[in-house]
Design a protein around this ligand. Structure first.
Ligand code: AMP
Length: 416
């Protein structure tokens, strides 16, 4: 036998048994994106590496070590460019916004995207090299109203997916001016303590001291004593933040202030987001205030599975089986007619006895079976596979009868 090939490290296959939970979460994503008035955008999965480097800031982990590089074909012009699989969605969306002159569209612009992201980090539980994010972006609104709206949206997303106990963590690191003052204060605080910091944090202290707070190995005592960003906000940023808190209160969204939240790319959470008011300018567009979030779909699904969230009922599955093992063409014909009537139907072309066919139908999750008798017979039997009840139906009105029976007799239940 040929050598088997396994999936790349840090990726995971979506197997059929997991699919209903994924589909449920994706359905909530699409529904909420539309209900909140967002328009869909899709951008390429790979872009020039420089886009992400500028978008994320050179000192972020994603640029230093998490970029998943791809190369063009040998000898091509592309080969000289450096490419990467997107580690996050915002840079690509902002690139598209600038490239297509979207600033002339009615403002604020509300965009959403669902798709895979790639980070070349060491894989661990809940941390993959390929994962999926739901992303929303609002460009052209300075907040704080829209900030509250997006936090409420994320909150509703988890509630509609069925996750319990999700809490928003909130912080403000201010604008360019107050952030600079805060950075200085952090440097002053951590510099004399640098021997108690991890090697990673010692390096971060030089390039971006905010990221020291993001280090999960940071001594809690040092973290507790560190200057707090909220104490360094300028008047405008303080008002913005207070306005946001007031609105969240009015909308009934639960949150906690988290002084260590500085939005690093490696923050371990279900989802994250924030304002990026300076990014469009950094990427060569006209300045515009902007905000967005990226919610991790993989971690949401893991959470839903852990909490054993019940999924909404699916349309019941009908199996078409026949008394004669070799009657597959007729099974297919009847299945097709039932599908024409909108039913969810499975059948197969294997040559098996009726009892084997029924056994396979039950294993596949069928709730109903249509049993075809000997060829030439104008009648069929509809069997409720749960109760065993049967009814005899005429073949020429079969589809309508099955639709009626399935509608009336199938109580709603969790999907299989
Ligand atoms: P970030 O862009 O880092 O703020 O990430 C937003 C969300 O995406 C996180 O809260 C996670 O739910 C998810 N996420 C980020 N990185 C990974 C990863 N490597 N594997 C799985 N999910 C991830």
């Amino acid at each position: 036998m040929a050598r088997k090939i396994s999936a790349p490290r840090g990726t995971h296959d979506l197997l059929p048994e997991e699919a209903p939970t994924w589909e449920r979460v994706e359905a909530v994503v699409r529904d909420l994106s539309s209900r909140y008035g967002f328009e869909r955008i899709d951008t390429p999965i790979f872009e020039r590496i420089e886009l992400f480097a500028r978008g994320l800031g050179e000192s972020s982990d994603a640029v230093e070590k998490e970029m998943f590089r791809v190369s063009g074909a040998k000898g091509s012009e592309e080969e000289r460019s450096e490419w990467a699989l997107r580690p996050e969605p915002t840079a690509g969306i902002v690139r598209a916004y600038i490239e297509h002159g979207m600033h002339v569209r009615p403002s604020p612009l509300r965009l959403w995207m669902l798709g895979p992201m790639f980070r070349y980090a060491r894989p661990q539980a809940g941390r993959y090299r390929e994962f999926t994010q739901w992303d929303v972006e609002v460009i052209g609104d300075p907040g704080p109203m829209v900030d509250a709206e997006l936090i409420e949206l994320a909150h509703r997303f988890y509630a509609e997916v069925g996750l319990r106990g999700v809490v928003a963590h909130l912080n403000s690191i201010g604008d360019m001016v107050c952030r600079a003052r805060y950075r200085d204060a952090l440097t002053e605080y951590f510099a004399p303590l640098s021997s108690r910091l991890s090697a990673d944090s010692q390096r971060r202290l030089q390039v971006n001291p905010l990221r020291v707070l993001d280090d999960k190995d940071l001594d809690p005592e040092l973290a507790a004593g560190a200057p707090k960003a909220l104490d360094y906000l300028c008047e405008a940023c303080r008002e913005h933040f207070e306005g946001l808190r007031e609105l969240l209160g009015r909308l009934g969204v639960r949150y906690e202030i988290n002084h260590r939240l500085v939005r690093g790319l490696d923050y371990y959470a279900l989802g994250g987001g924030g304002r990026y008011d300076g990014l469009i300018e950094v990427l060569g567009g006209r300045p515009a205030p902007a905000i967005g979030f990226g919610l991790g779909i993989d971690r949401t699904v893991i959470g839903a599975q852990k909490q054993q969230v019940t999924l909404p009922a699916r349309t019941p599955l009908v199996a078409v089986v026949s008394a004669s093992p070799d009657d597959a063409p007729r099974r297919l014909e009847v299945a097709t007619a039932l599908r024409d009537a909108g039913l969810r139907v499975r059948t197969d072309g294997l040559s098996r006895t009726l009892s084997k066919q029924l056994e396979a139908a039950a294993k596949a999750g069928a709730r109903w079976a249509v049993l075809l008798g000997e060829p030439g017979l104008a009648r069929a039997t509809l069997r409720d596979l749960e109760s065993g009840d049967q009814q005899d139906l005429a073949l020429d009105t079969l589809a309508a009868e099955v639709v009626r029976a399935v509608d009336h007799r199938t109580p709603s239940r969790g999907s299989k």
